[in-house]
Design a protein around this ligand. Structure first.
Ligand SMILES: [Zn+2]
Length: 113
């Protein structure tokens, strides 16, 4: 499962940060997930719980903030919201839409102790 490796990567980051920032436990994680990141939030939550077991983030609360996908329509020369990859432009129906944002997943904030 794709979400499993994403969570493993995330826990790795948390452990590296723990050494740098000198914390022992992660209590809450705010994660920003782009609508076009190809991440299923329910699967992500499940994997997060599984992967965090036995780590410094065991029992941490995961908050998922979904950010909309962004694109640039070349036909109307303006920024548009892209709900799904390869969707046509919501304004003119053109498929000449370049994705410009919403593909990323990043840790936005942490509560640690
Ligand atoms: Zn357009």
């Amino acid at each position: 499962m794709h979400e499993m490796s994403l969570c493993e990567g995330m826990v790795q980051i948390l452990e590296e940060q723990a050494r740098v920032q000198n914390y022992r436990r992660v209590k809450q994680v705010w994660l920003e997930v782009g609508a076009l990141a190809g991440v299923e939030v329910a699967a992500l939550r499940f994997c997060f719980d599984v992967v965090c077991r036995g780590t410094l983030a065991e029992g941490a609360i995961l908050h998922v903030l979904e950010t909309p996908g962004q694109g640039w329509c070349m036909a109307c020369s303006r920024a548009v919201v892209v709900e799904r990859r390869f969707d046509p432009c919501p304004e003119c129906g053109s498929h000449q839409v370049q994705v410009t944002g919403g593909e990323e997943m990043r840790i936005k904030e942490l509560e640690v102790e």
